[in-house]
Structure formats: structure tokens, C-alpha cells
Design a protein around this ligand. Sequence first.
Ligand SMILES: *[C@@H]1O[C@H](CO)[C@@H](O)[C@H](O)[C@H]1NC(C)=O
Length: 241
Amino acid sequence: MHPRGALLILILALTAQDAVQAGRIFGGSEALPHSRPYMVLVEGRMLTGKKKYCGGFLLREDFVMTAAHCVSSHTVKLGVHDGSKEEANVQSIPVEQAFPNKDYDKETFRNDILLLKLSSKAELNSNVATIAMAGPEDGAPRLCSVAGWGCSDHYGAMMTPVLMEVNVTLGPCRNQHQNSDFYCSKGRKGIGSGDSGGPLVCEHGKVYGVVSAKQMIEPIFHLFAKVQKHSDWINNIMNGH
Ligand SMILES: *[C@@H]1O[C@H](CO)[C@@H](O)[C@H](O)[C@H]1NC(C)=O
């Protein structure tokens, strides 16, 4: 099986109106507004000029993590619940510099993580907060949740702009060789287009993975880049900037 043919990149392209046409995660429900204050709506622009969106999360006041395939990101929005509305107290901060993981592989989506250094520090409050990353000492997670503004099906029907969340159970990946790079969940329930870059939150409320890709052949597998194996790279970049 050619790995590329089986993967759908989870980037949601938006319409000309620039409205946030996000939707829902498969099989999930609306998150309680601002119950995940680390969630970041990451805005990018395609070569055509259209906006595109990814999810992300706040690691430090001036650092956001998202997926490496969201590399054209230029602004982050913090404190968002409903992306289609002009919500009060949303912080919109330009990206100063993007750091894709040096081992990111566009063909297989291995190491699909990106750090965004913000041009100014986020103001932390009840709607905007950082989340801790799992380290090598935390072991393998099993029961997790993901959240995102992505669309509920890849045909783009029935979209809603509010943050959605879903619980997922991790297990082996489709191909055994993927187990060292990805956490995987199987079945329809899970992530959809536009959820890329969001956090996989598991034991002790820590981030273990980044929403990366979805294998669209049955049975469907959802792939999350492991952050634990990149702790040193992440800490080196954040400590150096
Ligand atoms: C998701 O998991 C959390 C934590 O285990 C639990 O409290 C919650 O009820 C679950 N939600 C659903 C919809 O199953």
C-alpha cells in the first residue's frame, strides 16, 4: 500500500467569505465553552490567498504547537469558542517564527509537529491557559480526548463553528512500523478535516500527541504525532527563544 494514497491531510480550506467554516469532530459533542483554554485556532493562508485553519495548543505564553503540515500559519487566535462570531476577549497574535520538526516527512507524516513562536506573549486568564506536555517518564497513554473546529465529514456538509470534542481509545496502528512515531485510534469516531494540529490529551490532562492525519480506507485510523519523543527538541527551541 502506498502510504500517501491512504492518507488525507487534515487541512480545511475556507470559502471566499473568510468565515470560519469549521464543523464537528466525528461522533463528538460541543465542548463546554472555554473548558479547554489551551486550544488555539491557527490561521494560515494558501497560495491562492484563501484562508485555512488548523488547531493548536498553547505550550508557553509565547509558544504554540501545531502540525508541521500547517507551516503557512501566520496568526493564532486564543480564547475562541465559536469561530464564526466576533467573541469578546479573543486574542489574535501574529506568528514571529515557525519551527517545523527537522524530521517531518511529507510523504508519511512522520514527526508532523511545528512550534510557532508568537510575536508577543499571550495574556493568560480563565479563557487562555497553557497545557503541560507529557515527557518520556509518563509512559504510554490509552484514554484520550481530542478537540477541534474541523469539519464533521470530508464532504463538508453540516458544519458548525464551535469547538467540538470527542473521547478516543488508543491502540496499535494499522502498520506496526507506525507505532514508534504515532499514537493511533481506530474507527469512525475521531478527527476530521480542519482538526490538524490539535492536542491529543490523555492521562493527567497532559498532551501526548498532535492531530496529524487520517487513513481514509476502512477501517479508518486516526494518527497523532507523538510529542514525547521530541521533548528535547521542543525544550531546546523554547529555551533558546
Ligand atoms: C470522556 O472521558 C472523560 C474522562 O474519562 C469522561 O469524564 C467523559 O464522561 C467522557 N465523555 C464521553 C462523552 O464519553
